[in-house]
Design a protein around this ligand. Structure first.
Ligand SMILES: [Zn+2]
Length: 121
């Protein structure tokens, strides 16, 4: 992969990382947003609040996982491993990386993994 390409993925990943940290309240500005949320929660019923909280924490967990994947991808860029499947070492289709630069697996390994996850549940 050309280094100019890698640099553009790196930029995308850095932007994603900042965005996710913002969602997760890891950046300094977002602590205020959390307080506002709590004030708003005061007006809804307990059941609604709990449901809302469950939804928020599910989204939170998803964002946390996403953030971990983004950071791993940034590390792979630094160690020149970016763009290769973690399972088989093949090149990951650049079209997949364009959509999600944090992609870790090639299409084959990804579908294998999804099948495995399905059969487990
Ligand atoms: Zn693979």
């Amino acid at each position: 992969m050309k280094s100019s390409q890698i640099q553009s993925y790196k930029k995308q990943l850095a932007a994603l990382e900042a965005e996710l940290m913002d969602f997760l309240g890891l950046s300094s500005e977002s602590s205020q947003a959390v307080e506002l949320d709590q004030a708003r929660m005061g007006r809804v019923s307990r059941g609604d609040a709990m449901q809302q909280q469950a939804m928020v924490s599910a989204a939170h967990q998803r964002d946390e996982k996403h953030l971990v994947a983004v950071r791993k991808a940034l590390k792979r860029i630094d160690s020149d491993d970016f763009g290769f499947c973690l399972e088989c070492g093949d090149d990951i289709n650049p079209q997949r990386l364009d959509v999600a630069p944090e992609t870790e697996l090639c299409l084959d390994c990804q579908s294998l993994q999804e099948q495995r996850q399905k059969s487990q549940s």
